[in-house]
Design a protein around this ligand. Structure first.
Ligand SMILES: Nc1ncnc2c1ncn2[C@@H]1O[C@H](COP(=O)(O)OP(=O)(O)OP(=O)(O)O)[C@@H](O)[C@H]1O
Ligand SMILES: [Mg+2]
Length: 294
């Protein structure tokens, strides 16, 4: 049974069940408690393709890591503000990430809002952020603006997750420049890999010119439907393309996500027993076991 394999790194036997990525299924051990917190590892969730699960993953991975006692900050870096809404934050009349980007003297602590989830804070965003891009174009070291702003708060968190907008513009370059790692969610659908070459090229350029140490922390298959041959074929092609960079955890397709978003809660709070909540908890454990998160 899969359950007996939790955290096991032993070689597979013939009867080891395989996970959807074709590797032996592992449950990953519950992460050990941390005695102290920070400095944070910063991870961007990035894919210029829209609707692939960036925001859903940011919300639910953040909540899952928080449930394991990690101090987590989620940064909404999309003017659509879906991350803020998904965590139940109203963004009119409060300071947002925009204020941090356009005013270097602003204390980031003033812009952080606690969420209803213990150990999880957010820096919200709203449509104002779309004006920040125009503002940044004329700045000196415009690609490092977010990085400078986050520097003042990394000591307070174990992990900072940045939810990028679906574009490879200056905001996303700012996110990648500020990050230690990048997670790429890919929807298990036709054209999943279209545009990914351009995304990898952008990450490579950022590594060459701005942030030499950025790593690919993993490719996450989302909206996977094991019942369809199509989903399975797409996942196979993703594994062919990225090998072990494809995370073993795969997120299934379920209507629970839209439901949870409407409620302004992570699925781990909205329906903790649901397979999708369990999948994000497993993703959190996998990332800790890979060393991507403390
Ligand atoms: N595993 C899933 N199963 C079913 N629906 C999902 C799943 N993950 C996300 N969704 C739904 O798909 C839509 C897009 O997801 P999400 O907003 O997370 O993508 P995104 O990459 O952040 O999009 P954008 O590029 O617009 O920012 C949302 O309505 C969300 O509720
Ligand atoms: Mg989004």
């Amino acid at each position: 049974m899969a359950g007996t394999k939790q955290g096991s790194k032993t070689a597979p036997t013939d009867d080891t069940p395989l996970g959807p990525t074709g590797r032996p299924y592992r449950g990953f051990a519950t992460p050990p408690k941390l005695d102290s917190h920070g400095p944070a590892r910063i991870i961007s969730l990035c894919n210029q393709k829209g609707g692939v699960g960036k925001t859903t993953t940011t919300i639910n991975l953040a909540a899952s890591l928080a449930s394991y006692g990690r101090k987590v900050l989620a940064v909404d870096f999309d003017p659509q503000g879906a991350l803020s809404a998904g965590l139940g934050i109203q963004t009119h009349e409060i300071p947002t990430i925009y204020d941090l980007l356009v005013d270097s003297k602003r204390d980031p602590h003033e812009v952080i809002v606690p969420t209803r989830v213990e150990n999880l804070d957010i820096i919200p965003a709203n449509i104002d952020l779309s004006a920040a891009e125009v503002h940044l174009v004329n700045e000196v070291a415009r690609e490092q603006t977010l990085s400078r702003a986050l520097l003042k708060i990394t000591a307070d968190y174990d992990v900072i997750l940045i939810d990028c907008q679906p574009s490879l513009g200056l905001l996303t370059v700012n996110a990648l420049t500020a990050s230690h790692g990048v997670l790429i969610p890919l929807e298990c659908e036709f054209f999943a890999l279209r545009g990914v070459a351009m995304l990898i090229e952008t990450i490579d350029k950022v590594r060459d010119r701005l942030n030499p140490s950025i790593t690919l922390d993993g490719v996450l298959a989302t909206m996977y439907d094991a019942r369809t041959l199509h989903s399975r074929e797409v996942l196979e092609r993703v594994v062919d393309a990225f090998g072990d960079d494809v995370l073993e955890t795969v997120i299934g397709r379920t209507v629970k996500f839209p439901d949870a978003s409407v409620s302004g809660m992570p699925i781990t709070e909205f329906a903790p027993e649901h397979a999708a909540a369990q999948a994000y908890l497993r993703l959190a454990r996998e990332l800790v076991s890979r060393g991507a998160v403390a």
